[in-house]
Design a protein around this ligand. Structure first.
Ligand SMILES: NC(=O)C1=CN([C@@H]2O[C@H](COP(=O)(O)OP(=O)(O)OC[C@H]3O[C@@H](n4cnc5c(N)ncnc54)[C@H](OP(=O)(O)O)[C@@H]3O)[C@@H](O)[C@H]2O)C=CC1
Ligand SMILES: CC(C)CCC[C@@H](C)[C@H]1CC=C2C3=C(CC[C@@]21C)[C@@]1(C)CC[C@H](O)C(C)(C)[C@@H]1CC3
Length: 358
């Protein structure tokens, strides 16, 4: 049988820009996406560095968080309204499976069009993570502004603030460095671009994912070196599981004969886009090892804030709920795609996220 592949390997074009092809669409075509998130992050950092040295008062940003969050929400609302209008004019093959219920409010929320584009500019892909400047950049930038303000207030940033900034910068850097992997996420391949994702990308991520640093500015936490080292180890463990699991699946989906994954045990599938499912390695441990790693990191981001307050644990709690719900959605889709092969996989790998617990 011919190999049913995921993303094709990217190829290089001038100016360090790479282009990758997305998964096959309903009409058998594939969209192309620029891959330059890492370069954009570095460029943003340089521009911010220049602006700060030229006198930009970045430390004043934390005082404007509420109006900025309001403006971002309003932007997302107007943007999703325009996306909804745009989707009224596209052929049925361009619509997302979940956004065609006919109920305008539901479709507006989930998003009707799968890949809204103007020429080659892809709105969903752009907003998901690539604009190191708007969504993710904003998260890192808000964190940095909070660190600067803490230094201005207390003479130097606290160890807890350094840890939160460092951990989250690693996460953002990793997402941009492995930008191509975003092309196989549910958001790009399955979900439409509506209010949920627009609001999530533009407002929710930068303003709620920076809650730990916001908390630390107002509630300084003493953190000794032994505790800080233990938290670093937890973050490193989470990152290791998250990265290795995601990379193993991406490598396998790109080329199952790659020597790094060729020795892994697999289950053949009779239906669906892919020929095989991994049943050993990380994906033989639980059905979503990448979620497990992500959750361990989420915990490590909250721990520097101590245990006296629930607010810094908001991200961890929300994220657990999001991933449990996401896992259930993915499960449903995989059962539809792979039928008996998926049932066999679930029998062989009974735990979803946390071994022996869930
Ligand atoms: N920080 C945040 O707010 C968020 C972070 N994330 C992170 O994003 C990353 C991507 O998550 P997400 O898009 O939900 O899904 P995954 O990357 O987990 O992908 C799920 C898909 O992987 C394939 N798959 C599942 N099991 C196997 C197997 N055994 N062998 C081979 N392929 C398999 C299936 O697709 P197919 O067979 O079609 O290839 C399935 O649909 C995760 O690390 C998650 O933690 C996600 C949401 C929010
Ligand atoms: C507003 C609602 C309550 C929830 C909105 C959900 C969104 C915030 C998330 C849905 C999927 C996401 C992903 C990432 C960030 C959060 C959102 C947009 C991701 C970019 C995080 C970094 C990872 O490395 C990733 C794999 C690139 C993630 C992809 C999914």
């Amino acid at each position: 049988r011919p190999q049913r592949e995921g993303t094709l390997p990217p190829y290089r074009v001038p100016l360090c820009l790479q282009v990758a092809e997305g998964l096959e669409l309903k009409d058998k075509s594939r969209l192309r996406y620029p891959i330059n998130g890492g370069a954009r992050l570095v460029l943003t950092a340089l521009l911010v560095g220049l602006a700060v040295s030229a006198g930009l008062p970045l430390g004043a940003l934390p005082e404007m968080l509420v109006p900025l969050a309001f403006a971002a929400t309003l932007t997302a609302l107007i943007f999703s309204f325009l996306l909804y209008l745009k989707a009224l004019g596209v052929p049925p093959s361009a619509l997302a499976p979940g956004g065609t219920s006919g109920n305008p409010i539901y479709d507006f929320f989930l998003g009707r069009e799968l890949n809204p584009r103007i020429c080659s500019f892809d709105f969903k892909y752009f907003c998901e993570l690539r604009p190191g400047l708007i969504g993710w950049g904003c998260w890192v930038l808000i964190n940095l502004a909070l660190l600067i303000q803490e230094a201005e207030l207390r003479g130097s940033p606290s160890l807890a603030m350094w840890l939160v900034n460092g951990f989250q910068l690693l996460y953002v850097g990793d997402a941009l460095w492995h930008e191509e992997a975003v092309l196989t996420t549910m958001d790009i391949t399955h979900d439409g671009f509506g209010f949920m994702l627009a609001f999530g990308d533009l407002a929710w991520v930068p303003f709620t994912y920076s809650l730990q640093a916001q908390f630390l500015l107002h509630h300084p936490q003493p953190l000794g070196l032994p505790m800080a080292s233990a938290i670093c180890l937890i973050n490193a463990l989470g990152y290791y599981i998250f990265r290795r699991a995601n990379s193993q699946k991406n490598t396998f989906r790109k080329n199952p004969s790659d020597p790094r994954v060729a020795g892994l045990e697999t289950i053949p599938t009779a239906t669906g886009r892919q020929l095989l499912l991994l049943v050993s390695g990380w994906w033989g441990m639980v059905r979503h090892p990448n979620y497990l790693g992500d959750l361990i990191m989420a915990l490590a981001w909250s721990l520097p804030c101590g245990v006296s307050h629930l607010l810094p644990y908001f991200y961890f709690l929300y994220f657990t709920a999001l991933l449990v719900h996401r896992e259930a959605r993915d499960e449903q889709q995989c059962l539809q795609k792979y039928g008996l092969a998926w049932q066999e996989y679930c029998r062989r790998v009974p735990y979803r996220i946390l071994p022996y617990v869930y």
